[in-house]
Design a protein around this ligand. Structure first.
Ligand code: KIV
Length: 283
C-alpha cells in the first residue's frame, strides 16, 4: 500500500511537476475505492449536500453532516490525505468560530486539512486557522456556497477585470498562510498564470491542464449525479445505469421467483421429518 502523502509531499510534487490526483468521496466504500486505486487526495466536499443528500445546493449542509461523512471517509481511507470542507456558516462569522470548527474537523474526523471558499474577504479566517496549526486550502473562482451572488454555477475570470480580482485573491490567500489553492471553473490562461505565480500547489476543478493537479467530483465522474453535468466533467463510468439495471433485474427475479436460489438459503441441520414433527406441534 502506498504511503499517505503529507503536505510536504504535495509541495514536492508541484516542484517536480508530478500531477496530483484528487477526488471527492463522502462515505466508507467510495473513500476505500479511491485509496485502493491510488488516488493522492480525497475531498469530503460539502457537495455531499447535492451528490448524497439531494439538496439543490451546498448551503443547507451542516458541520455535523460534514464531520460524520469525514469520519466515514477516514474509516475507508486511513492512508490517504483527506481534506474536510468547511460548510456554509461554519467560518463566515468570527475568526474564533472558524478556528473552533476547523479544530472540530481535525479532532473528531482526523482529516489532514480543511478547505474553505473565498478570496480576500476570508483571508482573516484563513490566517486564524493557519495560525492554529491547521493546513488550510483556499478555493476561488466558482464558489458554490456563494453561487447565488455569482448568479448561478458560472465560470469565473473570463474577463480581465474579474481575472485581476482572482489573481489578487490568490496572492492574498497564499500570504495568509494557506498551503494550497483550488481554482474552480476559470480559464486555463488564468490558472496557468496563478499556478506559476504562487509557490503553493494550485489545483484545478474546471481550470484546465496547467495546474498542479486535478479534482473531480466522484458523483460526476462515475455518472451517479444525474441533476446536471458541468462542462468540465469527464464521465469515466455510468454507475447510475449499472445500479438501475441491477435493481430492475432484481425486481424481475423476485416477481418471477427466480431469487433467492437454493445457494442463497440456509439448510436445515436436522431431518425434514423432525422439522415436520415440530410444525405439527404448533398446528
Ligand atoms: O464541495 C466540493 O466538492 C467542492 C468542489 C466543488 C470543489 O468544493
Amino acid at each position: 500500500m502506498a504511503k499517505k502523502k503529507s503536505i510536504l509531499d504535495l509541495h514536492k510534487m508541484k516542484k517536480s511537476g508530478e500531477k496530483v490526483t484528487w477526488v471527492t468521496a463522502y462515505d466508507y466504500p467510495m473513500a476505500s475505492f479511491a485509496e485502493q486505486a491510488g488516488i493522492d487526495m480525497i475531498l469530503v466536499g460539502d457537495s455531499l449536500g447535492m451528490v448524497v443528500l439531494g439538496y439543490e445546493g451546498t448551503v443547507p449542509v451542516s458541520m455535523d453532516d460534514c464531520i460524520s461523512h469525514c469520519q466515514a471517509a477516514r474509516r475507508g481511507a486511513p492512508n490517504t490525505f483527506i481534506v474536510g470542507d468547511m460548510p456554509f456558516g461554519s467560518y463566515q462569522t468570527t475568526d474564533g468560530n472558524a478556528v473552533a470548527n476547523a479544530c472540530k474537523f481535525l479532532k473528531e474526523a482526523n482529516v489532514d486539512a480543511i478547505k474553505l471558499e473565498g478570496g480576500i474577504r476570508v483571508v482573516d479566517k484563513i490566517k486564524a486557522i493557519a495560525d492554529a496549526g491547521i493546513i488550510v486550502i483556499g478555493h476561488i473562482g466558482l464558489t458554490p456556497q456563494s453561487a447565488g451572488q455569482l448568479g448561478g454555477f458560472k465560470a469565473q475570470g473570463l474577463h480581465v477585470d474579474s481575472a485581476r480580482e482572482l489573481i489578487k485573491d490568490a496572492i492574498a490567500i497564499q500570504e495568509a498562510g494557506a498551503l494550497a489553492l483550488l481554482l474552480e471553473a476559470v480559464p486555463p490562461e488564468l490558472s496557468k498564470f496563478i499556478a506559476t505565480k504562487l509557490s503553493i500547489p494550485v489545483y484545478s476543478i474546471g481550470a484546465g491542464l496547467p495546474c498542479d493537479g486535478q479534482l473531480i467530483i466522484c458523483g460526476d465522474m462515475l455518472g451517479m449525479f444525474q441533476a446536471f453535468t458541468p462542462k468540465f466533467v469527464k464521465k469515466y463510468a455510468n454507475v447510475a445505469e449499472v445500479i438501475i439495471n441491477a435493481f430492475k433485474e432484481y425486481i424481475e427475479d423476485v416477481k418471477g421467483e427466480r431469487f433467492p436460489e437454493d445457494k442463497h438459503v440456509y439448510h436445515i441441520k436436522d431431518s425434514l421429518e423432525d422439522f415436520n414433527k415440530l410444525f405439527e406441534e404448533f398446528k
